[in-house]
Design a protein around this ligand. Structure first.
Ligand SMILES: [Zn+2]
Length: 217
């Protein structure tokens, strides 16, 4: 089984950062992707990043790299997780949306089972973040509609579904995670903290490992 980790965007992607520039999505995603791969390897799994470059690699090329691995190893022997941070706007101002979520392509596939495993890991690894959420909400850091783990149960499972390019143009099960909001101050503080990085790395590592263990006959 080959675990492929994508890290969104690149050093040359405009925007995609915290209003105070304390976080850049491409950089954070690469740091977390590197940690995820290292921890998966330390646990005996075969993992690698599909975009080791710092610059942005087109979605077409990202998918080509994933599908080349699917052709080589068999689609059933590859999974993909793409690491991103969410954003509520693109005007360079702090917003009040927050929380973690995952996306799959529409319809029920193995990706939905992987996403559910990541959600289960989120409930564990984000326990401290979840506990702080109502406090931050009462301080106005999140608006009243926000939830620490964002879910869409309209199709019976917690993930959101969208026709994102990387999800619909890759052959293997693929999940895209949005780890909190890069334009929410409380979220950025957590994303930039060592505690936050550790827990968000563990969320992905444990979600992936638990999925793979459950898939074994
Ligand atoms: Zn992104």
């Amino acid at each position: 089984m080959k675990i492929l980790i994508d890290n969104g965007h690149g050093s040359d992607t405009a925007g995609k950062c915290a209003p105070d520039k304390s976080l850049r999505e491409y950089k954070w995603a690469r740091e977390i992707a590197t940690r995820i791969v290292a921890q998966l390897k330390a646990n005996g799994y075969d993992a690698e990043r599909i975009v080791p470059e710092d610059r942005d690699i087109s979605l077409g090329e990202r998918c080509r790299r994933v599908n080349a691995m699917c052709d080589k190893l068999g689609t059933q022997n590859v999974i993909l997780v793409s690491i991103h941070c969410n954003a509520a706007g693109a005007d360079g101002k702090w917003k009040t949306a927050g929380g973690w979520c995952a996306y799959t392509s529409p319809g029920q596939t193995k990706a939905d089972i992987l996403a559910t495993s990541l959600y289960n890991a989120a409930e564990v690894e984000l326990a401290g973040y979840i506990q702080q959420f109502p406090i931050h909400k009462s301080l106005g850091k999140y608006d009243s509609k926000q939830r620490p783990v964002r879910t869409d149960y309209s199709d019976g499972d917690p993930d959101y579904e969208a026709r994102f390019y990387i999800l619909v143009h890759t052959q293997c099960p693929a999940v895209l995670t949005e780890s909190l909001f890069q334009d929410n101050k409380a979220d950025v503080d957590f994303l930039n903290s060592e505690d936050g990085k550790k827990h968000l790395t563990a969320l992905h590592v444990n979600g992936i490992i638990n999925y793979l263990k459950a898939q074994k006959p």
